[in-house]
Design a binder for this molecule. Structure first.
Ligand code: GLN
Length: 386
């Protein structure tokens, strides 16, 4: 039989998250690799989902989202973005942030258009760009602080550039882009007439003094930004796959043309539950942040104690740890050894560079119960003993 794979997916491999999670399961490792909470989402949210199913909210939602959820989103994000959001024309509910990103790329990128990816990037971005027939152009964030160099970004823009993909707070580095960096992105977007797909799914996971600046709030950026958000992250229910895209009416119309023929709509009872979740507001979010701050500090301490060099992340639930004091191999080999010999799984960030660039770091996730992190800490001690 002929090769069944379309050309555009030849270079798309298996996601590193699936690969490392499968390996972790096979070896009974404590999984600090793939980013997902290993604890229950809030009881009120689960109760709201059960209630919605019992009330027979079980048929298709409107394609762009349940009205009650879009209203809750407008009430939540309107004040944060300093504008009244139009629930009918500026908010679209998707099956997770990942769908929102894919839909945005397919809606905005023509074959041959160039898309700027900041490396390390989330692995779905290049796959999405290739699916759209776009051409990725890479700009590397520079260590040790994963800084965006203005000249490098400027140099990557050509007359064919159409979109910049931004991610703040940033996975995998835990960086929160500074206002100055975002202003540069905004300035170049305005100058070159670009759209920015701004993946802000970790917006609620920012540790002071770092501060999250939504790109769409910068001057002239509302018209040029698609903001991607995620209930999975904010309510610790990644398996629900409820995300949203907030954007101007013109951009939203484009996204919806793709979304309607992609998933059409997202699970109705889960949308209803997320609407209830958003009403819980600041009380819930303060607890959420306090929980993650404690877990971050525990993991940073456990890693530092055994010889990783770690800078506490400004945001997200990931820590990048420099392992060069513990081994000289590449990051994938180090992660494989960590799973097999130590029993802890991490993610090798070379998967997030187009050329497999080695940073000497591996990524650990701290969206875990204290006992999971304690078990990982105990196992990691083998590293120094070895
Ligand atoms: N966002 C998660 C992470 O960065 C992975 C999600 C997935 O496996 N697709 O770990």
């Amino acid at each position: 039989m002929r090769n069944v794979m379309a050309h555009r997916i030849h270079d798309v491999g298996t996601s590193i998250f699936s690969e490392m999670s499968a390996l972790a399961t096979r070896h009974g490792a404590v999984n600090l690799g793939q980013g997902f909470p290993d604890f229950a989402g809030p009881a009120f949210l689960k109760e709201a989902a059960r209630a919605a199913i019992s009330a027979d909210l079980n048929q298709y939602a409107p394609s762009h989202g349940l009205p009650v959820l879009r209203s809750a989103l407008a009430r939540t994000y309107g004040p944060l973005y300093g504008r009244e959001l139009d629930v009918d024309r500026e908010i679209t509910v998707t099956s997770g942030g990942t769908e929102a990103i894919m839909v945005s790329v397919l809606a905005l990128v023509n074959p041959g258009d160039e898309v700027i990816l900041l490396e390390p990037y989330y692995d779905s971005y290049p796959a999405n760009v290739l699916a759209a027939g776009g051409v990725p152009r890479h700009v590397r964030l520079r260590e040790p602080d994963w800084t965006l160099n203005p000249d490098e970004l400027r140099a990557a823009i050509t007359p064919r550039t159409r979109v910049i993909m931004l991610n703040t707070p940033h996975n995998p580095t835990g960086k929160v882009f500074s206002r100055a960096e975002l202003e540069l992105v905004a300035q170049l977007a305005r100058e070159h007439d670009l759209v920015v797909i701004s993946d802000e799914v970790y917006e609620r996971l920012v540790f002071p003094p770092a501060e999250h600046v939504p790109l769409c709030t910068l001057p002239g950026m509302w018209e040029r930004t698609v903001t991607i958000l995620s209930a999975g992250k904010t309510f610790s229910v990644t398996g629900w796959k409820v995300g949203y895209a907030v954007a101007s009416a013109a951009l939203t119309e484009a996204l919806r043309r793709v979304h309607q023929f992609c998933t059409f709509a997202t699970a109705t009872p889960l949308q209803a539950a997320v609407a209830a979740g958003l009403e819980a507001g600041e009380g819930y979010l303060a607890e959420f942040r306090a929980f993650y701050t404690a877990r971050r500090d525990e993991l940073v301490t456990a890693l530092s104690d055994v010889g990783f060099r770690v800078r506490p992340p400004q945001g997200t639930y990931f820590v990048m740890a420099d392992y060069r004091g513990l081994g000289g191999e590449g990051d994938l080999e180090f992660c494989r050894r960590l799973i097999r010999e130590v029993g802890v799984a991490a993610i090798p960030p070379s998967a997030f560079f187009h050329d497999g660039h080695q940073t000497g770091h591996v990524r650990f996730c701290f969206a875990k119960q204290p006992q999971t992190l304690a078990a990982a800490a105990e196992r990691l001690r083998k590293l120094t003993r070895a």
